[in-house]
Write a protein that binds this ligand. Structure first.
Ligand SMILES: [Zn+2]
Length: 318
């Protein structure tokens, strides 16, 4: 069994994305694809060639999650290789959105941003458009085979699927317990805390998932497993994972305390709390709003703060 790390450029602030080539005998599987760009495709071609592999040789592609830096090049790679695509059951609809699902996504984020206290409609519309248009960059190709918790990756049976939602609801990690290797996607990164993005419920009629709480549970899951090295979707490999996860937990707990303090000090809306916590980062509104709402959800669930909804649809915390 061999795992080759391939770093590919992205236009995003995070920098390169790492995709991984798994090779067992003549079985070749690529984990994640990089973004949909000619440059990324050329770098991938070149780096595969260094280990004697052509894009056309790829037999399987596994997606850790639907984000554009991980799944963007899927359409091109499938067209060239005919590879079978494996991912979580939710991934297909996320990378193949319909006009109806996109409209629902816009309505969802409009509801959330209003809830957070962004009452001016024009301001809300532009940010909602920005958040929901994220799916426009997806490489359109369907998922052929779904992978769920406990499944073995076909052709690479030592890799077990671990469901690790939170950063996205369709997030999978792969764990080779014979060698103590974890393929982490964006579940845990060395240099930055992974964001538990606010997302609509995956299924009609369900409540909005409390993504930060879900993320913390899934971090606990990989904390409890014994592994040696983790290969993440960005930055360098992770060896000190328990220390790193404890650090993430501590900073989430600290931020949660700050959220409660801000509410106690009289900040009533999510937007007010967000501005108090991230005065310099309001340009990254979708990120910091996710952070803020995630912590507000958590503290509300713990009974540390309470939430009421005004007639206009704004959530008021106390
Ligand atoms: Zn991601």
């Amino acid at each position: 069994m061999k795992v080759h790390k391939i770093a590919l450029p992205t236009p995003f602030q995070i920098g390169d994305v790492n995709v991984y080539l798994l090779r067992d005998g003549d079985r070749l599987t690529l984990v994640d694809t990089g973004t949909s760009s000619r440059e990324g495709e050329r770098v991938l071609e070149r780096k595969l060639a260094e280990v004697g592999v052509r894009v056309e040789d790829l037999q399987q592609i596994v997606l850790t999650h639907y984000h554009a830096d991980h799944a963007g090049l899927l359409e091109r790679l499938v067209a060239r290789s005919g590879a079978t695509v494996y991912a979580h059951p939710l991934t297909h609809d996320l990378i193949m959105p319909t006009a109806t699902s996109l409209a629902k996504r816009v309505a969802f984020f409009d509801h959330v941003y209003l809830g957070m206290g962004m009452v001016e409609e024009t301001r809300r519309q532009s940010i909602v458009q920005q958040v929901s248009s994220y799916q426009d960059d997806m490489g359109r190709a369907g998922v052929d085979v779904v992978l769920q918790e406990g499944d073995r990756l076909p052709g690479h049976e030592q890799w077990r699927v671990i469901y690790t939602p939170g950063h996205s609801q369709d997030h999978l990690s792969l764990f080779d317990d014979t060698n103590g290797v974890m393929l982490l996607g964006d579940h845990l990164l060395q240099n930055i805390a992974s964001n538990a993005f606010i997302e609509p419920a995956a299924r009609e009629g369900e409540e909005r998932p409390k993504t930060l709480m879900i993320y913390r549970q899934a971090l606990r899951k990989i904390y409890d497993l014994e592994w040696q090295v983790g290969y993440p979707g960005h930055f360098e490999e992770i060896r000190n994972y328990r220390e790193l996860i404890e650090k993430r937990f501590r900073s989430q707990e600290k931020r949660a305390r700050m959220v409660v303090e801000q509410v106690k000090a009289g900040k009533r809306t999510g937007l007010e709390v967000c501005e108090a916590l991230f005065p310099k980062a309001m340009n990254y509104l979708p990120l910091v709003m996710s952070e803020t709402l995630g912590h507000l959800d958590w503290m509300t669930a713990e009974g540390r703060i309470a939430r009421e909804t005004t007639e206009d649809g704004v959530w008021m915390f106390s």
